[in-house]
Design a protein around this ligand. Structure first.
Ligand SMILES: Nc1nc2c(ncn2[C@@H]2O[C@H](COP(=O)(O)OP(=O)(O)OP(=O)(O)O)[C@@H](O)[C@H]2O)c(=O)[nH]1
Ligand SMILES: [Mg+2]
Length: 383
């Protein structure tokens, strides 16, 4: 009997196999505390040193997993300021606690207050300030530092975000266009964590594409992986929707959705997550065009895809969006046989360049129009 208990206890102690632990962490909760201020000496008017502070620095190549492993207790405190003394009238400042985090992290305090948005390399944010040193203003008593619970929320920064239902071919597409080597398989939810691929152009221009785990219908109600990963498209400049031309069915219990219905359903999920995502420029890819019968399907649905509004009536109510997405371009492709991938590559670059131009020259359209007027009626229309 004793042996049996010993065996059971041993079995419970077994460590979790490391390969089962998730390698990708995109949020982390920590408690941070600034150092206490040192006390002053009233007799000599001595001032205590200020407590150190806890601050974050964004660094390329760092992951939240590093932070998770380094601070196992999830409590981070900076050191206290030195007390003032006869030999050192001004006490030394406490040592700061510097924590390196990946670029794209948002530091959010309890209650939702955004303390910092670290979206550039080397950008910093103080999460907990140190307490003031003791001086005449506070009776020569050092003050406690700030203490708060914070959430580090990582939102990937990529130029393009791939959005689609499982099995649509997102990872296959990423593999065919970029240097990334994602896992590809014929079952849903092959991709379980976001991955970024880099697309290289002959003139050395680079753009980044984020492959995200597949969305499913009802993700807004936290079905499947829910909207957990949609936060990563918030910071992409362009959405790349990808649908299987033959439609998708998650399992026998789910309704089979044809290609058109998939587009409406994706539109609806994006709308339910954050309506402003629909204002981002968006390109639609119709995938698996190499399979027999794809061309016929394309022929029948083409007019409706071009004008989504006219198909709304036939769209089932549960996936009918209220605000329609606007596609910059619709491109039928075959990700597996790398057909028309070069067209997508050029289109992505064109749209991103246009966006950059509009960002740095806010009145780009007006400037063009004025130039046209200056050149006169005989001049060509600059578009
Ligand atoms: N015939 C054909 N099959 C494709 C094409 N693109 C992808 N597939 C296949 O579709 C299946 C799913 O591809 P993935 O790239 O893993 O799909 P995904 O969208 O990343 O799926 P999740 O990661 O589960 O969301 C695989 O068996 C691919 O080989 C294509 O253009 N033509
Ligand atoms: Mg995938």
């Amino acid at each position: 009997m004793v042996q049996l208990f010993k065996c059971l206890l041993k079995a419970e102690k077994k460590p979790i196999r490391s390969h089962l632990r998730s390698a990708f962490i995109d949020s982390l909760r920590l408690t941070v505390r600034g150092g206490h201020g040192g006390n002053g000496v009233p007799k000599y008017g001595g001032v205590g040193g200020q407590g150190g502070c806890v601050y974050f620095v964004a660094k390329e190549g760092v992951s939240l997993r590093n932070v998770n492993q380094k601070y196992k207790t999830k409590r981070i405190a900076a050191s206290s300021g030195e007390d003032s003394s006869k030999v050192r009238i001004l006490g030394r400042r406490g040592v700061d606690e510097r924590i390196e985090v990946p670029v794209g992290v948002q530091v959010i305090a309890d209650g939702g207050k955004l303390l910092g948005d670290l979206n550039e390399h080397e950008s910093t944010c103080i999460a907990a300030g140190g307490g003031a040193g003791g001086c005449s203003g506070n009776n020569f008593l050092g003050q406690p530092g700030d203490q708060r619970n914070i959430n580090l929320d990582l939102k990937l920064i990529a130029d393009v975000g791939l959005v689609g239902f499982p099995n649509a071919g997102k990872s296959t597409f990423l593999k065919s266009i970029s240097n990334a080597k994602p896992k590809i398989a014929a079952y849903p939810f092959t991709t379980i964590r976001p991955q970024i691929g880099s697309v290289q152009y002959p003139d050395l221009r680079q753009i980044t594409i984020a492959d995200l785990p597949g969305l499913i219908e009802g993700a807004h109600a936290n079905i499947g992986m829910g909207h957990k990963f949609l936060k990563h498209v918030e910071r992409t400049r362009l959405l790349l929707l990808i649908v299987d031309i033959f439609g998708f069915r998650l399992s026998v219990e789910h309704t089979k959705r044809n290609c058109l219905e998939n587009i409406y359903a994706l539109n609806k999920e994006l709308e339910l997550y954050d309506e402003t995502l629909l204002d981002k420029p968006c390109v639609l890819l119709l995938n698996k065009m190499d399979v027999q019968g794809a061309r016929d399907i394309l022929k029948t649905i083409k007019p409706t895809i071009k004008n989504l509004e006219c198909g709304l009536e036939k769209c089932p109510e549960e996936i009918r969006p209220t605000k329609l997405i606007n596609f910059e371009r619709i491109i039928p492709i075959s990700a597996r046989s790398v057909k028309r991938i070069d067209v997508v590559k050029e289109e992505l670059r064109d749209v991103l360049d246009r966006l950059a131009e509009e960002k740095y020259v806010p009145d780009a359209l007006e400037v063009r129009e004025q130039l046209r007027i200056k050149v006169g009626e005989r001049g060509p229309k600059i578009t």
